[in-house]
Design a protein around this ligand. Structure first.
Ligand SMILES: [Zn+2]
Length: 263
């Protein structure tokens, strides 16, 4: 068994945690893909018309993962005192979180604007079937090449209060600061598409309302990737990333979701 006393073990523990984190991110994307499936199709249709071999293998993989992680969780709790369940936040705390989120998006924009650049004409051509050209010419992008966004204090505090499943900013591909998109590593088209959907959402409902919908969506669904604003961005980006992508207007999609109060 590893020990923190042994310097070699400490290096191995860091390596182990980086592999654990990698596995967790892969699980998150599997969770997100399954969530999309549940949104689009009924359990009846999946069970009746889904390919049996694929369903069986998926169920086997999910239950093997569940067994493994549940056994680790049991061991973890046996070794640690039980923590209190996550308290429901007060309206005042919710209002604070909304104000914090909108000011964080404004400050991020100011901070990264000086090192940002416009999209290339080739990138504009790639995205113009989905977004107005004027918007694509206006936005700015910044690549941090691994320097990574810092973890905001409020997120750290919320985590301490027991809110898990919060967005993990330093490990997210990209973040939208109003009309500026920051990439922790390098720009990828799919992550840029996702962020551009957020940009259109902010334009459609306004920054304050966007922050409110995000915070309330998170409190309702308790996970970053089940917030409706995120679900929509993930699903439109996956339509864009299909081998034979269809053309559609993100603005129309967003306005429809906003009018139907799906956010
Ligand atoms: Zn997002």
């Amino acid at each position: 068994m590893y020990s923190y006393e042994n310097p070699e073990d400490r290096v191995a523990i860091v390596q182990m945690n980086s592999e654990l984190r990698h596995a967790q991110l892969e699980l998150l994307s599997a969770h997100c893909a399954t969530h999309q499936l549940r949104l689009h199709y009924s359990a009846d249709d999946l069970a009746r018309f889904g390919r049996r071999d694929v369903l069986r293998k998926s169920a086997e993989a999910a239950s093997a993962l569940n067994d493994f992680y549940s056994s680790l969780e049991r061991q973890m709790y046996e070794k640690q005192p039980a923590t209190a369940p996550c308290p429901a936040p007060t309206e005042e705390q919710i209002a604070q979180a909304i104000t914090w989120l909108s000011s964080c998006l404004r400050h991020g924009r100011e901070r990264y604007l000086p090192q940002s650049q416009a999209l290339s004409s080739q990138q504009i051509a790639t995205f113009s079937p989905y977004f107005p050209e004027a918007l694509l010419k206006r936005i700015r992008v910044t690549e941090l090449n691994g320097a990574r966004l810092p973890e905001p204090e409020l997120v750290v505090k919320a985590r301490e209060m027991g809110f898990t499943n919060l967005p993990d900013l330093p490990h997210m591909e990209s973040l939208t600061f109003i009309d500026l998109v920051v990439f922790n590593e390098q720009l990828t088209e799919r992550a840029l598409f996702h962020s551009l959907v957020h940009l259109v959402q902010i334009q459609a409902v306004g920054l304050e309302r966007y922050a409110e919908l995000w915070v309330r969506g998170f409190l309702r669904t308790r996970a970053h990737f089940t917030v409706p604003l995120e679900v929509h961005a993930f699903s439109l980006a996956s339509r864009f990333a299909r081998p034979e992508p269809e053309k559609f207007s993100v603005e129309d999609e967003v306005l429809r979701w906003a009018a139907d109060e799906r956010y």
